[in-house]
Design a protein around this ligand. Structure first.
Ligand SMILES: C[S@@+](CC[C@H](N)C(=O)[O-])C[C@H]1O[C@@H](n2cnc3c(N)ncnc32)[C@H](O)[C@@H]1O
Length: 266
């Protein structure tokens, strides 16, 4: 019998480190960042002149429609939706973000603290016309249960619109170990002032993104690989040049309901 002595404290420390790496608490990061995020979100170039115009271009007429804003942050999207006549419920895992969104919108929209990675039992089946999830799915490792819940709470043919970090952006940064896996990514953001914010998210491969959506009961409707708008160039010309030739975000619109049965009948 071999007599290998094992330092169990080191194993415990190591496994705790792995657990922290595998299960980043996006909530804690956003709790710390919430005020700074809210103060910059209206005008920050990557959002105002890049991600938001692209994601908004996928919105239908929302006047009189019920919209779930999943990962609502400080309520910028909710504000846009309300101005277009939508009835909005925003959910976010960060209580500070929910407080900021409530301060921004007052009684013009509703916000609650909720984790979209958990069952949304408090929402009735078929109760939303649109689910919008801009830049929030990056923080959820497993999208399978999320997409099933979104399909349940959306009405048939309701729209699911979301944006994520483009998986090719992480490949270009050479921070992937294996493109084909869902992998944790740690980013240090300097665009929200000092101190720089450390953000834990995940990178989801393109194949995973599309197949999880289709398996979740959706039909793909539109895919955008946006480039920044002209205003971005005025603020950050170097980033503009880079993002005009290298992807940063991916924006997707899907319809609730599958065509798979139809295809099988042909
Ligand atoms: C990059 S911010 C985007 C905020 C907003 N959608 C926007 O584009 O302005 C990501 C947001 O997702 C929230 N979030 C992260 N993980 C979440 C989860 N599991 N459930 C609900 N919200 C989550 C964060 O707290 C944060 O407010």
């Amino acid at each position: 019998m071999s007599d290998v002595s094992i330092d169990t404290t080191k194993i415990e420390l190591f496994s705790r480190h792995i657990a922290m790496y595998r299960e980043p608490h996006a909530r804690d990061g956003y709790e710390a960042l919430a005020d700074r995020y809210a103060s910059r979100i209206d005008t920050k170039a990557h959002n105002a002149f890049y991600e938001r115009p692209a994601t908004i271009s996928l919105l239908p007429d929302v006047n009189g429609r019920r919209v779930l804003d999943a990962g609502c942050g400080p309520g910028k999207y909710a504000e846009i939706l309300v101005e277009r006549g939508a009835e909005v419920l925003g959910i976010d895992v960060s209580p500070s973000m929910v407080k900021l969104a409530t301060e921004r919108l007052g009684d013009r929209a509703s916000f609650i603290v909720a984790d979209m990675a958990e069952p949304l039992d408090f929402l009735q089946a078929g109760s939303f016309d649109v689910i919008l999830a801009p830049l929030s799915l990056d923080y959820v490792e497993n999208w399978t249960p999320v997409f099933h819940e979104f399909s349940r709470v959306l009405r048939p043919r309701g729209l699911f619109i979301f944006s994520i970090t483009h998986p090719a952006a992480d490949m270009a940064e050479d921070i992937c170990e294996n493109y084909f896996q869902v992998e944790p990514v740690v980013e240090v953001w300097t665009g929200f002032g000092n101190p720089p914010a450390t953000v834990h998210r995940f990178r989801h491969p393109l194949g995973y993104t599309i197949s999880t959506l289709l398996d979740g009961g959706f039909t793909l409707d539109q895919v955008l690989e946006p480039v920044p708008t002209g205003e971005f160039a005025d603020v950050l010309p170097e980033d503009y040049a880079l993002l005009s030739r290298r992807p940063g975000f991916l924006c997707i619109r899907a319809v609730n309901g599958t065509l798979r049965g139809e295809v099988d009948k042909q």
